[in-house]
Design a protein around this ligand. Structure first.
Ligand code: GDP
Ligand code: MG
Length: 177
């Protein structure tokens, strides 16, 4: 059955940023695999993956960008950020330094993007509770300070990964629709 409707179509560019090895690429591939059963390509060297989500009967394309390792050399370019309307700022709950660096990533994001970008602070690797270095409270309070959504995820166990992306996509959608 056709949806009819006004033929509206949305394309949202979402960037995933954060230190090396926090799990950015795995979050993206988990997002891709779980919901749409895409032919899962290696994310290495791939600039972005596009996923189609349906919201209120409308087709929303989430174009999610992966840094493909540039973050290791602090070489994430303006092109990467250009046109982004959503961002996941990721740290690893088992490495405090990656949490502290989210402030740096946020500054960089704010330099390159409009303040209206929907931002989610993501504490990844929640499955590694026994070697946790960043508490849930610390994550929450930073997010509150900076006006970000907050979630802890495990790309490994597939915990909250869809939810992280969905919250961001929904927030963008609510702004533009
Ligand atoms: P990126 O450099 O930020 O893109 O990080 P990757 O996605 O390449 O992941 C870096 C390392 O962390 C890899 O060894 C992954 O297997 C591991 N990793 C990623 N996500 C998780 C997670 O949720 N839990 C655990 N235990 N390991 C993870
Ligand atoms: Mg990566």
């Amino acid at each position: 059955e056709g949806e009819g409707g006004g033929g509206e179509e949305y394309l949202f560019k979402i960037v995933v940023i954060g230190d090396s090895a926090v799990g950015k690429s795995n979050l993206l591939s988990r997002f891709a695999r779980d919901e749409f059963d895409h032919n899962s390509k290696a994310t290495i060297g791939v600039e972005f993956q596009t996923q189609v989500v349906e919201l209120d009967g409308k087709e929303v394309k989430a174009q999610v960008w992966d840094t493909a390792g540039q973050e290791r050399f602090r070489a994430v370019t303006s092109a990467y950020y250009r046109g982004a309307v959503g961002a996941l700022i990721v740290y690893d709950i088992t490495r405090k330094a990656t949490f502290e660096n989210t402030k740096r990533w946020l500054e960089e994001l704010n330099i390159h993007c409009d303040t209206a970008v929907a931002k989610m602070l993501v504490g990844n690797k929640s499955d590694l509770e026994e070697i946790r270095e960043v508490s849930v409270e610390e994550g929450k309070s930073l997010a509150e300070e900076e006006g970000l959504f907050f979630i802890e995820t495990s790309a490994l166990e597939s915990t909250n990964v869809m939810k992280a992306f969905e919250i961001v996509i929904r927030a963008i959608y609510d702004k533009v629709s």
